[in-house]
Structure formats: C-alpha cells, structure tokens
Write a protein that binds this ligand. Structure first.
Ligand SMILES: [Fe+2]
Length: 508
C-alpha cells in the first residue's frame, strides 16, 4: 500500500472513531413540573459542538427541533477522562399526546428513535409513579427487567429513584456511572426518571457525578433552586419536595441551614397550593424511622440526626402536614403508621389510613444493588412500624384524586405479594365512597394488631424501667387489652418510642 493510501486509511479510521465516540448514549428523560415540558438528556464521549433533539408526533415526521446544552464534564479525579453532557428542554408539548424523538446531529449520527407520552400532564387525572432506591449497576436486573415489563404493559408516567444509583457513579473514573446510565436507558429514554441524591453519590467532589449527570432536573425545576440536591416539582395531584439527607452528615452546618430554609419555603408554598396538589410528599435518601437491626447505627443513632436534631425533619413535617416521607438507604421495605415525634396512630385496617394525623414514613431501598438486603428482627422493631420486609422490590405510588393516595410495594422475593396502603383524606361521604370504589372498607380494629404493637411498646418501656422480661410480659398482657379500642373502631394514640439496638430494646 502506498504511503498516500495509508494516510487516507488512517484518516478514515480516525474519522470513524471520532464519529463512534460522538454517538449519543445514556439517554434519559425528566420533567420540570410544568405541563407540556420534557427534559431530554444524553452523553457523548466526544465533543459535538452542536447537538439536537428532533421530535414530532409520528415516527416519520420528527419535524421539530430543540437545541441542547453541551457541558464537558471531567469524570476522573485525576482529570484524565472527560465526557460531554447534553440537556435539551422541550416546551409547548401537547398534553395527552405521544411524541417520538431522536438525539444527536447529522455529523456524529443520530440515536435510535424513542417515544414518550404526555398523559401525566393532563390536569386532574390519576398519576402512577414507580418508586425505589438503592439499585446499583449490579444485582439490579431483578428490577430493571420488571421495569421493562411494566413499560411493555403500558406504564408510561414517571419513575422516582430515591438515591444510591450505580454503586458508584464515580467508580473507575466514572465508567461505572456510564454503565449504569446505559443500563437504565431502555426505561429512562421512555419515561421521566426523577432523582434524589444518596450517600453512594458522595465522590469527594461534592456529589459531582450526581450534580452533573442529573443537572437538568435542578436547572429547569419549578422550584428554581438551580441545583438538584434539593428541588421540587408537581405532578398532577402531588407536590414532591426532594432534598439531600447527606447534607445532614456534613461538617458544614451552613449548607444544612440553607437547605432547611429552602425546605420551609418550599413546603409553605406547597401548603398554599394544597387545593391543586393536595398530597405533599417529601423525599430524601435516608429514612428518619426504620427498624433494621443489621446496620447499626443506621436506625438507632443516625436517624436521630435528621429527625430530632437542630434541623428536625419531624418538626418540619408536622408543621407543614407532610403526608408522606419516602426514604431508602436500608435495603429493605418498611411502612410506618402515621408517626411524628415518636407518637403514632393505629387504624382499624392496617392497609387504610383515614385522615391520618401524622406523616407516613416509608423505606423503599430494595431495588437491588451489590450490598444485598438488610434485615429485621422478628420481635424487636419500632412500635410505629406497620409492615417490614427484607425482600427485593419496588413500589407504585398512585395519586387518584384529592382524597385518595395509594401505595403498593411489590415484594418479589422472600415475602411474596404486595403491601398496600390507602391514604384517605376527606369527609365521611368521601371515606364511604372509598369502600364503594376501591373495595377497602375500613374494618374494625384488628385486636391482634392493636395488642401486638401496644405490647412491643409496653414491654420496651417496662424493661427500660427495670422490670424483668417476665414481669414486663405479665404486666403488659393486662395493659394491652384492646377490646375497648375494637369497640370504638377508632385509631388510638399509644406508646412512646422504642428503638432497637442489637436485639436490646432501648429508649432514646
Ligand atoms: Fe444509601
């Protein structure tokens, strides 16, 4: 081969390599909270200078085009690796409509064509949201495969990942992050993928991987915070307030104070808008109530930092009557009774909370991940705990209307089936309608449930006060007679706080 031909071949190879490395990957969607808007994000390994989203209402007519921002992001601590992040904002979309789109440009090439719909943008319609945390890029196909099946079955609304993404996004200079984002692409390219930061996003650079890869949800958020550590968005009947539990474990108290001030402002605004978004749901990675016994001090000391510290979330949630707080971090599932400041409320039917007084706390950290499951003790758990399962799974959160919110945690291994919760806010007629429409009539107080939870709290306190276990069982057996409560058919406030530490009941 002549030297001229070799040169041509080398140039051709270089051009091909360049074109390949500019191919769009890691494509994912998000919402801003404003109906008719979608964020489209993707990554290229090489700079493109100009990239676009082309979209339209049919596969054959991608007639509209939106420009993307392009940000060079150094993924390696030593500065040796850079990827290019692209974010485009689509505006003016018609609600209840299917859109087709592709990303890229004519020089570097276009992605495949994906699609999404704007059904959740239709005002006053039920919205179905898939929720999970702690998924990772390994041991996660158990969930990813099910999400693909959900999409194949017609699910098209929204996914919320409550922290701990790739284990870890920054590993191997960010290559693990790239793998994770490509792993979720078959789902996240079709359904908005909303996010919350977790401890595994700590990368020694102020959560840089998370902050950059998901920057657009903060930049374009309704809340205008221009960061994704704390931001908020509305989706139909729900106001989501997303924040960072990780700031609570920072030495910099100024950042905690700054976030807390924002939380107060955001929740005050949400309360003012409650006629439109009746359900206020706070989301962070770490829980403030949990019963796991294998990760001490997660559920003993660590929860108190957020719950009872100077920037108390219990105070915040009580003040603004937050309906639900979703956390993860524990690789398991737990549902509490409505609880605040360790006071909790029981209901006749453990799957139906009618006009709850306090915030319902949920741990939803069982999507997978390489660290396996976290476990519970059969006897010792928080008395405010309604249901616990060390089982992989994820949840559907459905806001039906102003009066009915539904949570269903799928238990895919170990415990099988679904743990359901209805939250009902309304007058007697609306509550009665529930029985008619959904088939969950509020039933009489289950005496075994009442006695069980009363008993755990009572024994804990008695032992703490110096009684032997035998004495405690005898005295509490008499105290926890729930016949009167069954007759009343009402929720009861009982108990003080009992937490679990290595099998010993302690009180804080
Ligand atoms: Fe975590």
């Amino acid at each position: 081969m002549s030297s001229a031909l070799v040169l041509v071949a080398l140039v051709a190879c270089a051009a091909l390599a360049s074109a390949l490395s500019s191919a769009p990957e890691q494509i994912h969607l998000a919402i801003t909270g404003n109906p008719g808007e979608r964020i489209v994000s993707w990554v290229t390994m090489a700079q493109t200078n100009a990239s676009y989203v082309q979209y339209g209402n049919s596969l054959a007519a991608l007639t509209q085009q939106a420009n993307s921002d392009e940000t060079a992001y150094v993924t390696a601590l030593n500065g040796t690796r850079t990827i290019y992040l692209h974010d485009a904002l689509l505006v003016g979309l018609t609600v209840n409509t299917r859109y087709y789109y592709r990303v890229g440009n004519a020089v570097s090439g276009w992605s495949a064509v994906y699609d999404f719909d704007t059904k959740i943008d239709v005002p006053n319609t039920p919205v179905d949201i898939i929720v999970y945390g702690d998924m990772g890029s390994t041991n996660s196909d158990r969930t990813i495969s099910k999400l693909k099946s959900e999409l194949a079955g017609g699910f098209s609304s929204l996914i919320l990942h409550t922290g701990d993404f790739a284990y870890d996004l920054h590993d191997h200079d960010g290559i693990v992050g790239d793998e994770f984002m490509n792993m979720i692409q078959p789902v996240a390219a079709y359904v908005p993928y909303m996010v919350c930061v977790g401890n595994h996003e700590y990368d020694g650079r102020n959560f840089s991987q998370y902050q950059n890869r998901f920057a657009a949800v903060g930049r374009y958020s309704q809340s205008g915070t221009n960061n994704n550590l704390y931001y908020s968005f509305n989706v139909n009947y729900v106001h989501f307030t997303i924040f960072s539990s990780e700031l609570y474990y920072s030495d910099d108290t100024a950042v905690i104070a700054e976030q807390y001030a924002w939380l107060q402002k955001d929740l005050a605004q949400a309360v003012a808008n409650r006629d439109k978004q009746p359900w206020i749901i706070a989301v962070a990675h770490r829980p403030i109530y949990c019963s796991n016994v294998d990760d001490v001090p997660d559920c003993t000391k660590d929860v108190l930092v957020m719950r009872d510290g100077p920037y108390s979330l219990d105070n915040l949630f009580a003040q603004y009557k937050v309906d639900m707080f979703i956390g993860a971090h524990e690789h398991s599932y737990e549902l509490t009774w409505p609880v605040s400041h360790s006071m909790y409320q029981l209901f006749p039917n453990p799957n139906v909370y009618v006009n709850p007084l306090y915030t319902v706390n949920i741990v939803a950290g069982s999507a997978g991940c390489k660290e396996d499951l976290d476990y519970y003790d059969k006897i010792y758990y928080g008395p405010w705990s309604n249901f616990r399962s060390a089982s992989y799974g994820y949840a559907h959160l459905i806001a039906y209307n102003h009066t009915h919110l539904y949570w269903a945690q799928k238990l895919n291994e170990g415990d099988q089936g679904v743990n359901e919760l209805w939250m009902i806010k309304g007058n007697a007629t609306e509550v009665a309608d529930h029985a008619h429409n959904f088939g969950y009539a509020p039933s009489p107080m289950r005496s075994d449930a009442c006695e069980e939870y009363c008993f755990v709290a009572c024994v804990g306190n008695a032992v703490r006060n110096g009684q032997s276990t035998q004495e405690a069982h005898a005295s509490c057996g008499a105290t926890c007679n729930c016949v009167d409560r069954v007759a009343a058919g009402q929720a009861e406030l009982i108990g003080t706080d009992v937490r679990v530490e290595l099998g010993r009941v302690t009180r804080h």
